[in-house]
Every structure is written in structure tokens, then in C-alpha cells.
Design a protein around this ligand. Structure first.
Ligand code: EPZ
Length: 421
């Protein structure tokens, strides 16, 4: 397992280009299962989660080829075995996204239950209940979901009890192969869901209400894309770079971004006292000498994203005053707090609320990554801390960020990757 050694405090200079979105490309790759001809993507991020997805698709019969020079990826859709093995799904919970495409395309699916992870139990009951409503027979045995729809799926009105991003994505794909009109109510409105809907629409799908909490999907034929599918920039990587720039007080320029997908994040940082100059695809971060504390709670889009909670929390350590951050999406998403405390952060957890006493400085220390976004927040903390920090289990970071350490080194950070440590 790799570690990162970071000497702080870092003063970074220059501009950074944001990579393609992890949480957009994963559902797009799984959606690829439903097509019959090869097609290609551009701007695909080189991440462990993408590699895992390609291995999982290959195990089901779908080959893929990277063209490293062009940075493109070609999929050759084919399903020889509608099974998503535990071997792959245990590495990446998003493997549950095989369920919708498999049952839609082949009428059956055997998908490993994802199991929990560091941030929570992560059940998939909303996915299963909705598929049952569309006529699927579902059994859960020996850690696997066994789904069958011998007579195909039928349209239904699905009202999700809670917003679920991958649940909405799974059911959107399933609905394309159901006879009639399916309604997805209380659907997730995350940009990644919109990206998937727009991709499917470009392939001939009839989907209304895109970007709203009520999707109306007409079952019908779709064709594989004729031109390369460009993966849009990653809004959470963008937010992570905002946290890096703010927390190290480095006036970084972020390129290949979509500020419109980060309204709530930009607003919260503006409340802290940060300035931003934005264009349609760039963000110039203007740090300030004094940051004000903030109060917020995470929420489904367009609310403040839970995937930015850890990164913002570190920024709040440097505000003058006490901030309160309430995590409303996952039941255990404060694993990073214990590690930050080792660096001198003054954070108390009261139920699902982190109370951050700012005005402290952080000291370098040996710490450990526990999950993807927690590992990103530890990098932010290490860059701003006084002294040397070693972050172990950095594979969590590599799952969701493309070469973050190399991007940081190019901006002047003193950061070294120790392999196998
Ligand atoms: C997606 O996970 C993202 N992953 C997560 O990003 C993100 O944190 C999450 O949405 C919330 O925005 C991908 O898109 C691949 P949910 P997902 O279903 O779909 C409960 C990252 O760091 N729930 O929206 O698994 C669930 O426990 C990752 O990139 C049920 O109870 O999340 C949670 O409390 C981490 N039953 C809440 O709903 C269900 O059937 C939201 O979960 C489904 C969900």
C-alpha cells in the first residue's frame, strides 16, 4: 500500500486542469452494457475505480481498449455472463450499477451485494424495491442479488423514499427497456444523473424532466453513440482543489471546470470570505487573510454535497471562530476527524454534527486514510500543517483522484509517494 509524505505549509502557484468526472463515467460505462455496437469516450479519468469497472465489465463479456495517446477509451459491449462478482463489487460499491443494465438487457442479473464501507451501511433496498415494482423477481441469497424478469420489465410509478444517486441511475436504465412510461419521483438531481440522462437521450432515449426530481422515461429503442462521448469535468475534484487553494491560501486557477455545478460550494466558501472569479470553464480562487466560520448541512443536489464535507471541514479549522457541519446523508462520515485531531484540530462530534473550533494551526503527524473523500481532506490538512505528515493507505485517494500528488508537485508542493509502504 502506498503512502504520501507531505511537508507543510505549502504555498502553491499556478493553474490545474480538472480531470473527467468519476461519478459520471462509472454509470456511463455500466450503461454501455445495453448497447450492441462499440463506441468511445474521451477525457476518461485514469482512476482505480475506472480500472475496476473495466475489469468487471470484461468479466461479463464486455471488452475495452484504452488509447493512451488520445486519452480515449473504446467499449465493445457484449454480455456473455450477467454476473457482477463479489471480487469486483467488494472493491467498488458502484458495481451495483451493473444491476439495472443487466436485468434490462438480458432479463436476469446476479449482482453481489455491495456491502457497507467506511462511511455507512450503504443498503440498496430502494434499488430492489423499485425493480420489484417493475415486475422483477428479486431474491437475496449468499450475499448476492438474484434478479429475473422473464417477461421483461413493465413501466411503473416509482417514488424513492430517499434520494438515491445510483438508485436513480439504475432505474433510469431499467425503464428504457420497460414497456410504457415510467415515472421516477424523488429522483436524484445530481449533475452525474443529468449527464447520464443526457447521454441516453443522445442515443435516442425519451426522457423528460432531466435535472428535476421527477423523471419521465418512455421505454423504447436506443442506438450506440456515433461520436466520442466526452466525460465532463469532476465537480468534486474541482471542490477539492478549491479547498486546497483556500486552506493553503494559494491563488490557484482551476481549468476545465463547470462552476454551475458548484453553486452551493462556492456560496459557502464566499461566506467564509473567499473571493472567486469565474468564467464558463475556469475558476480563479482568491484566498483571504481571515476566514469566517460557517454553519451548514449536507444535502442531495443542489444542496451542499456530502462528498465535499470532509474537505470543507479542514478549511473550517482555519476560520476565526466555531463552525458547525451537519452530515445528513451518511451515518458515519466523520472518520477523518480522529485523524485531524492527531494533527491538533479541535473538533467535537455531537450526533451527526461536527463542531469545528477554528483559529488553530495543524501540526504534521503520521495519519491514515479511511475512505476516498477523507483521504482527500487529509491531503488538504497536510498541505496546510506545520511540518511533515505521512498519510498511509493512500489507495483510497487513487480510487477517485487522477494523479493528485503529481498535480500538486507541479504547483510547488513538497510531496513524495512512498510505494508499498
Ligand atoms: C453516490 O453513492 C456517490 N457514488 C457517492 O460518492 C455519494 O457520496 C452519494 O451518491 C451521495 O451523493 C457514485 O455516484 C458512484 P445514495 P450512492 O444511494 O448512490 C441511503 C464518492 O466519494 N440509501 O445517493 O451509493 C444511503 O445509505 C462516493 O465518490 C438507502 O438507504 O449513494 C445514504 O444514506 C462516496 N437505500 C443515502 O441513501 C438505498 O437503496 C444516499 O445514498 C440507497 C441509498
Amino acid at each position: 500500500m502506498d503512502s504520501l509524505v507531505i511537508k507543510g505549509p505549502a504555498s502553491l502557484k499556478g493553474e490545474v486542469t480538472i480531470s473527467g468526472s468519476k461519478n459520471t463515467v462509472l454509470p456511463l460505462l455500466f450503461a454501455g452494457l445495453v448497447f450492441d455496437e462499440p463506441f468511445s469516450f474521451s477525457n476518461v479519468p485514469r482512476l482505480w475505480d475506472v480500472e475496476t469497472t473495466l475489469q468487471l465489465l470484461k468479466s461479463m463479456g464486455t471488452e475495452s481498449q484504452w488509447n493512451k495517446e488520445e486519452g480515449t477509451l473504446t467499449l465493445v459491449p457484449k454480455i456473455t455472463m450477467p454476473v457482477a462478482e463479489y471480487e469486483w463489487v467488494k472493491k467498488m460499491r458502484a458495481g451495483i450499477l451493473a444491476l439495472g443494465p443487466l436485468i434490462a438487457k438480458t432479463g436476469e442479473a446476479k449482482v453481489s451485494l455491495p456491502g457497507g464501507c467506511a462511511i455507512g451501511a450503504r443498503p440498496v433496498n430502494f434499488h430492489l424495491d423499485a425493480l420489484k415494482k417493475m415486475g422483477a423477481e428479486i431474491a437475496v441469497e449468499n450475499g448476492y442479488i438474484h434478479a429475473k424478469a422473464p417477461k421483461g420489465l413493465k413501466a411503473a410509478v416509482i417514488d424513492f423514499p430517499e434520494v438515491t444517486v445510483t438508485g436513480t441511475e439504475n432505474l433510469m436504465i431499467a425503464a428504457l427497456f420497460a414497456k410504457g412510461t415510467t415515472h421516477l419521483k424523488n429522483a436524484a438531481q445530481e449533475p452525474e444523473v443529468t449527464h447520464l440522462a443526457e447521454f441516453l437521450k443522445s442515443c435516442g432515449a425519451k426522457i423528460d424532466g432531466i435535472g428535476s426530481g421527477h423523471l419521465v422515461i418512455e421505454g423504447g429503442a436506443i442506438q450506440a453513440p456515433r461520436s466520442k462521448v466526452a466525460v465532463p469535468p469532476d465537480r468534486i475534484e474541482t471542490g477539492t482543489w478549491i479547498a486546497i487553494a483556500v486552506t493553503t491560501r494559494s491563488p490557484l486557477r482551476l481549468k476545465s471546470v463547470n462552476p454551475g455545478e458548484l453553486t452551493e460550494v462556492l456560496d459557502i466558501y464566499r461566506k467564509m470570505g473567499v473571493g472567486f472569479e469565474t468564467t464558463s470553464n475556469e475558476i480563479q480562487v482568491i484566498p483571504s487573510e481571515v476566514y469566517k466560520p460557517v454553519e451548514l448541512e449536507t444535502a442531495p443536489y443542489p444542496g451542499f454535497p456530502t462528498d465535499m464535507q470532509a474537505q470543507l471541514l479542514v478549511s473550517c479549522c482555519f476560520a476565526q471562530g466555531t463552525s458547525r457541519i451537519r452530515e445528513k446523508i451518511f451515518e458515519n462520515r466523520f472518520m477523518h476527524v480522529a485523524e485531524l485531531r492527531r494533527m491538533g484540530a479541535q473538533i467535537e462530534i455531537e450526533g451527526n454534527c461536527a463542531v469545528v473550533k477554528g483559529g488553530t494551526s495543524l501540526q504534521g503527524a503520521p495519519i491514515m486514510a479511511t475512505d476516498l473523500r477523507a483521504s482527500a481532506c487529509l491531503v488538504v490538512a497536510a498541505l496546510a500543517a506545520q511540518g511533515t505528515t505521512t498519510i498511509s493507505r493512500i489507495y483510497h485517494l487513487d480510487r477517485g483522484y487522477q494523479k493528485l500528488d503529481q498535480k500538486l508537485k507541479r504547483l510547488g508542493a513538497d510531496i513524495t509517494r512512498l510505494s508499498g509502504v
